[in-house]
Design a protein around this ligand. Structure first.
Ligand code: GLN
Length: 501
């Protein structure tokens, strides 16, 4: 592993959001200058990187100026005062459009803000723009987007990962202070890994899904994509907590992890699932996990080997449950109730209108998932596929519970490889395998985070590698404290741009 000497994604390594916020609060800098700086980077880089499809420059600057005048007047500032945050385009905002990077919703304007967005705004954050994604959050590369492919700021000949591609690229490229993404099977953690940032998939029910366009409702979670673990803690604190508009939110108060995240865990037990250290992973990926394990040992943690034999069946289970739920969730886009409406010729009937609207509005991957899901839910196949997948789902959760009796957190790769080139995984099955280490977190409803842990070198460029930590449901405190311990230890050896606290 090497340090990023010659290519870095940003012009100068930016501070994390916590540091920026503190600098505004103490008057060292102004929210306006932070915002203007990020808008300038965006203006310079977005044409190439294509992280955003809409940027609300004036809105962001005005909000930043209001924060500055509050600061000058000595009024207390909320925790994210003036921080420009990028929002994945499947999260509803009244500002701009919410397109899911699909022709189906290309002109959709939401009449309401998602709860997560509302809570960010309440904490003083500024919605800076909407980020590009794989259509309806289906994908692992950011290539399948109505607004064109997103590029990786570390090497623009490679993908940023997906589906929260634009959010990851915007954070890594210095275009915003932080972002939110959504994770149904890895879409926060895998692009975070490819782009060298922190990506947290919270426990199912931790953050309201109200206003998140549904893909796989029993798997979807919104989460932070940030430059540091403490930023992820801060954003989770702001967004988490019960919401009466989403009956699947857990009846728990918002987290208060920003207070505890710096505290190392005494006697931490880190489990490495044997099945995660596959020879099929790129060698630098396994080396990064081993280096992370060494760093934990040096901090006094115990490393234990654990077994997760159902790791391999995660992908097949996920690709039954997620398409089944998607086929039902996406039934509303028929050109009548929602979405793109096709032109009819005189004499053509309603059925033709539905079929043509959906054929024109959805891209090939979304159509593939709808067909798969519809097939697997049809009578005669339901028991063979869907019911079976639900049984395996239960076993996967039990297997995690068993593993967590031997350790506090699990450590492993986030993805089997670093960022790949455009078109490298054009076979859908090859693309699906990118998520082998992330889907089970969602299937089991537990929490996981990817943090930068080193680099691979390809054609003279440094490509970030992330490692993933997972913890049991509602163990985000443990998860993020363990992640912070590792981040602090690795920052010295990898040159990863974590803040020095
Ligand atoms: N890559 C996975 C998929 O295509 C996961 C997507 C996600 O987490 N939104 O479904």
């Amino acid at each position: 592993m090497t340090s990023p000497a010659h290519n870095t994604p940003t012009h100068n390594t930016p501070s994390d959001m916590t540091a920026l916020r503190d600098a505004v609060a103490t008057g060292t800098t102004t929210a306006e200058s932070i915002c203007a700086g990020m808008l300038a980077v965006t203006a310079e880089r977005n044409t190439e990187i294509n992280a955003f499809h809409e940027v609300f420059a004036e809105h962001a600057l005005e909000a930043a100026r209001r924060v500055d005048s509050d600061a000058r007047a000595g009024r207390p500032l909320p925790p994210l005062a003036g921080m420009p945050i990028a929002i994945k385009d499947n999260v509803a905002t009244t500002l701009g459009r919410t397109t899911c990077s699909s022709r189906m919703l290309e002109n959709y304007r939401s009449p309401f803000d998602a709860t997560a967005v509302e809570r960010l705004a309440h904490a003083g954050a500024v919605v800076m723009g909407k980020t590009n994604m794989d259509e309806f959050a289906m994908g692992s590369s950011g290539e399948h987007c109505k607004w064109g492919p997103v590029r990786n700021p570390w090497d623009s000949s490679r993908v940023p990962g997906g589906s929260s591609a634009g959010s990851a690229a915007a954070v890594a490229g210095g275009m915003c202070a932080a972002a939110i993404g959504s994770d149904t099977g890895g879409s926060i953690r895998q692009p975070a890994s490819f782009c060298g940032i922190v990506g947290l998939k919270p426990t199912y029910g931790r953050i309201s899904r109200w206003g998140l366009v549904a893909f796989g409702s029993s798997l979807d979670q919104i989460g932070p994509m940030t430059r540091s673990v403490r930023d992820a803690a801060l954003m989770l604190d702001v967004m988490s907590g019960i919401d009466e508009r989403d009956s699947t939110t857990a009846d728990r108060p918002p987290t208060e992890l920003a207070k505890t995240v710096e505290r190392p865990i005494e006697g931490l037990r880190v489990g490495i699932p044997r099945q995660y250290m596959s020879d099929a992973n790129d060698s630098e990926v396994n080396a990064a996990v081993n280096a992370a394990a060494d760093a934990y040992r040096a901090l006094g943690a115990t490393i234990v080997s654990v077994e997760l034999p159902l790791t391999d069946v995660g992908i097949s289970t996920y690709y039954v449950i997620a398409p089944a739920e998607a086929s039902s969730n996406l039934a509303r886009y028929d050109g009548i109730r929602y979405g793109h409406r096709a032109q009819l010729q005189p004499g053509e009937d309603l059925f033709t209108l539905y079929a043509r609207s959906r054929s024109e509005g959805f891209g090939p991957e979304v159509q593939r998932r709808i067909m798969l899901g519809t097939y697997m839910l049809s009578s005669g196949y339901y028991d063979a596929y869907y019911k079976r997948a639900l049984q395996v789902r239960r076993r996967i959760k039990q297997e995690f519970d068993q593993a967590f009796t031997a350790c506090d957190v699990l450590l492993g790769p986030t993805a089997p490889t670093p960022a790949f080139g455009f078109g490298a995984n054009s076979d859908p099955l090859a693309m699906y395998l990118c998520d082998v280490y992330t889907v089970n977190t969602n299937i089991a409803g537990i929490c996981g985070v990817s943090i930068p842990a080193g680099f691979a070198e390809r054609n003279g460029k440094h490509l970030p590698i992330g490692v993933q930590l997972q913890a049991n449901a509602f163990e985000e405190d443990r998860l993020l404290r363990a992640a912070r311990m590792l981040e602090r230890a690795l920052a010295a050896t990898t040159g990863a741009h974590a803040p020095k606290a």
